[in-house]
Design a protein around this ligand. Sequence first.
Ligand SMILES: [Zn+2]
Length: 356
Amino acid sequence: MGIKKWAWALLGVASLGFRWVASNSPEWTEHYYSRGLFLFIRQAFDMTLGNLPFPSVFLFILFIGTLFLFLIRKLSRSPKGKKRWIFAFRSLLNFSGALIFFFLILWGFNYQRTSIIQQLGLEVKPLNLEQLEEEIEESHHQLVSLRQQIKADTSAIEEIVDYRSLESQVRKNLSQNLALVKLEYHGNPRTRMFPPPGFMRKMGILGIYFPYTGESYIDPTLHPLEQPFTIAHEMAHSFGVTDEGEANFVAWVVGTRSSDPLLKYTAYLRLFLYQVRDYYRMDPDGYRVWLEKLDRGVLQDIRSIQDRNAKYPPFSIELSRKTNDLFLKSQGVKAGVLSYQQLPMLVYAWKQKAGN
Ligand SMILES: [Zn+2]
């Protein structure tokens, strides 16, 4: 009887112990969890909560709220003094234990899987200036030719398909190309817009995967040119990719393999922004000269994204600096002579590997 009262707390501790075991055996975790149990969890979420007409995180909030009220009521009815304190303490531990347990079992054990970089055998190294310049040329060339297929003039692209169609399109693209990064496509993961508009941006994020309901969310105010890549990034999390850099990489690989010029364009655009930011840091003078050559249409698109971002500054300046320091703001931060930005490095390593 006694131990039962602490069941969730104990389960939380046990799952942390299990996590330690899993971290020592990534291959085992990969096989039994990421490519085993987690795929069933993926299916189960997508077949149920994924069909709701509203973000399922609301159900989670409702559940936590109800639980909280229930506990408060029980607490107020329990005898005053030591017993009440023990009850409050136990409830807190049980609650934390349950949160940890469900987080790990529903998604979190993916942190212990074999990384995508390792699975693909990529050799990730910082880029030197020459390599970066070549990469920028390549991205720019792709952007210019793709843009011609999307828009006839150089004014910014500010309208694309409606969100629901975009979500399906990105998902379909993932289903066709996820195997390229050695991941299995399973289920029908959802990425919804999460109200109120601007809320997530204020918190300094563009999107988030919520493991407790198996759904991801993006901020409704995201610029249309940022949406396809961000959805693909969040969906990469839905397939058990935990690392931010790897989720970007997956989104880039599938995006650039898409048959849709818009998805391709937005994937190259994201990469380009990372590359150019580093270029500026590594060689400010070279960057200024090069900037003169930047395609007018691409420039308008970047400006349009920046204008949109400027309307929703995050609470934390540090975070805003990370997401919005390109072209207009000069930080004077020198990143040294090498580019350490993860997406450009991963893409470079990927291209270096034969066959990509
Ligand atoms: Zn992410």
